[in-house]
Design a protein around this ligand. Structure first.
Ligand code: FPP
Length: 264
């Protein structure tokens, strides 16, 4: 790393390819707290500090797009008290982070069935989207009441309605047409999907967009995922070879265990 011991790495220090779009499944808040004998919600509380640190660090490094899985459609099945806590945390976060978003030129957007959020959280979300709409730096997308299958079902319904009223020809439908009906068609495909807490699943997150994303699993819970862990994930990505289904000459033999060297 340039800049001597203790200096923060720059984007150049990581080399190429650098992940322009990072998407993160923030898992393990509850386990992190329970392991310390605390209530699960304390893990969510602590997770907010990780959200702040990872967001500002990504912006500093020049990541263009960061998508955080903050609340899934399945999360509505959790106990009412935990849901209320999370929704209050979300509303408070959206207010408290406005200066940080402004300072770092970050635009906030949301994907998901956001109209299902409680009115107070939805109002703060809309206001933060409005206040940051002209920021030209990184886009921070919060996936809220989000699920890929719901996203695809919602897209299919809207698309079918347009076909029915003659605004779209059935024959014209291709992959890009379908993308235009997703919650935020400007969402780039993630280069790297990170999941914390050691789980090896995508859990209904960006299934369309992550078709060719690289995956990285951190063993620590989300509250412990901070700058050093982020840097490690980026370094892991930079060391990979992406094929997008094509062929690349001179791949190392399988025995060396390089990632992204499988059949696809
Ligand atoms: C998974 O941990 C995490 C969530 C369901 C919510 C993530 C929310 C936060 C990090 C805080 C709120 C975020 C924002 C942006 C306001 P878990 O509870 O499933 O943990 P477990 O698997 O150990 O039970």
């Amino acid at each position: 790393m340039a800049g001597g011991p203790g200096a923060q790495p720059t984007r150049r220090d990581f080399g190429e390819p650098f992940p322009d779009h990072l998407a993160i499944i923030m898992d393990g808040n509850g386990r992190w707290a329970r392991r310390r004998g605390w209530m699960r919600v304390r893990g969510h509380q602590e997770g907010i500090d990780s959200v702040r640190q990872i967001t500002t660090e990504c912006a500093r490094l020049g990541v263009q797009s960061l998508t955080l899985y903050a609340f899934s459609v399945e999360n509505w099945k959790r106990p009412r008290k935990e849901i209320s806590f999370l929704m209050k945390l979300l509303a408070d976060f959206l207010v408290a982070e406005r200066p940080t978003l402004a300072k770092n030129d970050i635009r906030l957007r949301a994907i998901g069935r956001v109209e299902d959020l409680p009115a107070a959280a939805l109002a703060e979300l809309r206001e933060t989207e409005r206040l940051t709409a002209n920021n030209g730096g990184m886009v921070l997308r919060l996936a809220l009441s989000y699920g890929s299958r719901t996203e695809l079902a919602d897209a299919a319904r809207a698309l079918a309605a347009d076909v029915e009223r003659g605004a779209l020809a059935k024959e014209a439908i291709d992959e890009e047409t379908l993308r235009a009906y997703l919650y935020d068609p400007t969402t780039p495909d993630p280069d790297l999907v990170i999941r914390t807490a050691g789980e090896l699943r995508l859990s209904n997150f960006l299934l369309w967009q992550a078709s060719y994303s690289e995956l990285y699993v951190a063993e620590c819970g989300w509250p412990e995922f901070r700058e050093p862990q982020l840097h490690e994930a980026i370094r892991s990505y930079t060391a990979r070879v992406r094929k997008f289904g094509g062929l690349i000459e001179d791949l190392p033999p399988l025995s060396q265990g390089r990632s992204a060297s499988g059949g696809a």
